[in-house]
Each structure stands twice: as C-alpha cells, then as structure tokens.
Design a protein around this ligand. Structure first.
Ligand SMILES: [Zn+2]
Length: 112
C-alpha cells in the first residue's frame, strides 16, 4: 500500500496531469474543439440533456477551457475546476472527489 498523499499534494498532481476535457469525455460527455483549440464545447450535464445523435452541438452551453482547466455553463452558470465538476456530478464532497480523481488517474500521474 502506498502512503496516502496530503490533499494539497493530490490536488497539485490532479491539476498538473489530468485535463478537465478528458474527465468530461470519460463521463460520456461529448466535447467538440472550438477553432482556437484552446476551448471545447458540449452539452452541460447539469442542465441539458445529452444529445441522442452523434452530431453535436450547435446549441450547447458548456465551455471547457484548456489553458485554465475549468468549465463554465452559460445556461445554468455552473462552473469550476475538475474537483467542482466531480463533486457536483456525483453529489459527493470535495475530499471524496479528490480521492476519486487520484484513484482514477493515478496511473497517469507521475510518481516522484
Ligand atoms: Zn448548465
């Protein structure tokens, strides 16, 4: 068993290694890159139904920023980082969200 890292360290590792767009995709939320490629858009999991067709998404309200690693919905004004997203999506506490992300993406996070 590896020693559990302090929360602050876990957070740093998550932010540095896991992009929010990847987390969205892993939760079956389809994102499409905008022309700048720094931003993606998709249907908001909090206020919009997922599209049935695989042809997204002219009317979606959610924007994910790659440089900032944050999301924002222009319709319901939900927004934040990966921890906020997981907390709200799964109705869990921020600490649980950090544990969840660390466990899910730990193989991707470099150990030092
Ligand atoms: Zn929304």
């Amino acid at each position: 068993m590896s020693r559990k890292l302090p929360v602050k360290k876990q957070l740093e590792r998550i932010y540095a290694n896991v992009h929010l767009a990847e987390i969205f995709t892993d939760h079956n939320i389809q994102l499409v890159p905008l022309p700048s490629e720094s931003y993606f858009k998709g249907h908001c999991p909090f206020c919009e139904l997922q599209p049935i067709s695989d042809q997204p998404q002219s009317d979606c309200s959610l924007v994910v920023s790659r440089p900032q690693n944050t999301f924002y919905c222009f319709k319901c004004q939900q927004g934040g980082d990966a921890i906020v997203f997981i907390t709200q999506l799964n109705s869990i506490s921020p600490l649980e969200a950090i544990d969840y992300l660390s466990a899910k993406y730990d193989h991707r996070i470099s150990h030092d």
